[in-house]
Design a protein around this ligand. Sequence first.
Ligand code: ATP
Length: 280
Amino acid sequence: MYDAHRVKALIDKVEETLTTTYYVKGKQLKVGVDLGTAYIVMVVLDEDNKPVAAELRFASVLRDGVVVDYTGALTIVKELKAKLEKRLGVELIHAAIAMPPGTESSTRTHSYVVEGAGMEVTYVLDEPTAANNVLNIRDGVVVDIGGGTTGLAIFEDSKVTYVADEPTGGTHLSLVLAGNYKISLEEAEKIKTDSKRHREILPVVKPVVEKMAQIVKTHTKGYTIDTIYMCGGTCCLSGIEGVFEKAAGLTTVKPENPFLVTPTGIAMSCIPFMPVSLYQ
Ligand code: ATP
């Protein structure tokens, strides 16, 4: 069952591991690699799903969930892995990855990126299912709004019964902001991720958010769904849940930090491995 306090405690801890390492020797590890349109994130958990360490980097190496710059993606994953290994003093040998729904044909390329960086891909799942490893919902729709796409998965009795992914995401909000304020996309991105400006920008980006809600409404037609569970970086936008709830006509729940939900859920699916020390 979804428990807002449990999700918050877990994600807060993962956020802490971006700067603090919690590695207990002798424990097996699990690694999740999230190759996103806007960010590449690596999360390390222990065998009990306790957060150990995490690294992330802004990147433009994917479009609509598909790798378009293989070398760029490989360089970043290698770099994040090296940083984590240095922090932990062990070698990371296995990883799980996740694909946006509908991009399964690109699984090989995602795997090559991770394997090229020296990790065996031991599990592949879809992104909303990864998010639900953390959210743990039984019935409802998980909506993952990332940089390039809005992905959704309908859960009935804890099982995924329908998935979809549409190419409208956070980048589209930035484009609207850039056009409205006559600024560059980079500047728009900065304004968008500054929570102090969220109240000001919400009315500007509202039509795009309503479009995303419409996507969810269309895809959930015919299903007995009463709650939307939001995750993905774009859901960090304060007030997005209110716009969504009104436009989709469904109760909308948002964890306090929706950004690290999917990468954490990916790591949860990794087959645990006993790491080898780098210094013996
Ligand atoms: P995709 O899932 O589409 O492949 P991704 O995995 O990179 O992309 P996420 O990392 O979940 O997606 O989200 C990235 C998006 O979230 C970007 O558009 C980014 O600008 C936006 N974002 C990140 N932090 C915030 C914030 N604090 N406020 C608003 N938007 C944010």
